[in-house]
Design a protein. Structure first.
Length: 338
């Protein structure tokens, strides 16, 4: 009986020690600042603009409004590059601080130099912040005029990178396996994409969305297929690949580039490679179908190869196609050399 009482007493003492220790640990943790940050809210392409009312209404604010009305490139119908929400600084608290993209604009007369500061994960994970600081309204207008291409590119590219990271984490396994077996690189496509066609070094992968379609095409060939590599030859090369590989629903029809709409050409870099980017509209010769596209071409001189990554959107029932084009671009930029 005595031993039993001693055992019970010992257990109660140990329990008391554990409880007291736990309380002390919890109290100590409560005193330390937390590094936890919530996940950013909002969709890709959404932008929160924080600027005081008087600045928003003056000449520099009006100039900023025109910049914020930039359109998404190469779409059949005009769409804004950013869906914007504007608030003042005293409203910038609680959930507003966790917006995905935040543009802070302020005039500080005591500042000697105008500048733009870029910060990631400031108040939330996957958040991008750009702060524009100027000493006067005139200086603000000047710095916005000079730095706006960089500012909008910062937000746009951050959205694309975050989307691409999410696709890499949870790719469609069958499509990923197909790409990795056929090519010396990987592309990570999200769930819903399926292999539609494969022939030689050509692959066509698509996903059906509410009466529409998102498509990805990959093609690899010898550089000897082109006499020279420039915008004109790449456009002709693209049309030749589409004519041979991408038939339309009507017999004899095929995908091609819409010649009545200008094709934007620029150099860009991702996956540590220099690419030629083409943006424009596609159509189906012999049928009434069309939409936006984006292509990337890489000239691999070391292996005497040309690589074409192409993406397109067909969504006739959807007046807004920018979100789909962001998804297509993000998929192409998951490119990763094996």
């Amino acid at each position: 009986m005595k031993n039993y009482i001693n055992n019970v007493s010992t257990r109660l003492l140990l329990l008391a020690i554990v409880v007291v220790s736990t309380v002390i640990i919890i109290a100590a943790c409560a005193d330390k600042p937390s590094n936890y940050k919530p996940l950013a809210i909002g969709s890709p392409g959404e932008l929160l603009v924080v600027i005081e009312d008087d600045v928003w209404l003056d000449e520099s604010g009006r100039f900023l409004k025109t910049l914020l009305d930039d359109e998404y490139p190469a779409l059949p119908q005009a769409e804004l590059l950013f869906k914007k929400t504007r608030i003042s600084y005293n409203e910038f608290e609680r959930h507003f601080r966790t917006y995905r993209n935040v543009l802070l604009v302020s005039i500080r007369p005591k500042e000697k130099y105008s500048r733009v500061e870029y910060r990631r994960q400031e108040w939330a994970r996957n958040q991008s912040c750009a702060e524009v600081i100027a000493s006067s309204s005139e200086a603000l207008k000047e710095v916005l005029s000079l730095k706006w291409p960089t500012i909008k590119g910062y937000f746009f590219n951050a959205d694309i990178k975050d989307m691409a990271k999410s696709y890499v984490k949870e790719p469609q396994p069958e499509v990923l396996t197909h790409i990795q077996k056929l090519y010396p690189f990987s592309l990570y496509l999200p769930e819903g994409f399926q292999l539609k066609k494969t022939e030689g070094q050509f692959s066509w992968i698509d996903s059906h969305r509410m009466g529409g379609q998102l498509g990805i095409m990959v093609y690899r060939c010898s550089l000897d297929s082109l006499d020279e590599v420039n915008a004109h030859s790449l456009l002709n090369f693209r049309n030749d690949v589409l004519r041979r590989q991408v038939p339309g629903d009507v017999k004899g029809s095929f995908m091609s580039t819409e010649e009545l709409f200008p094709v934007a050409v620029k150099k860009t870099k991702f996956a540590e490679r220099q690419w030629t980017e083409l943006r424009g509209l596609w159509k189906v010769q012999g049928d009434f179908m069309g939409g936006p596209f984006i292509d990337y071409f890489y000239e691999d001189k070391a292996n005497n190869e040309l690589l074409m990554l192409s993406g397109y959107v067909y969504a006739p029932a959807k007046p807004r196609k920018a979100i789909y084009m962001r998804e297509i671009e993000a998929v192409l930029k998951t490119f990763e050399v094996n």
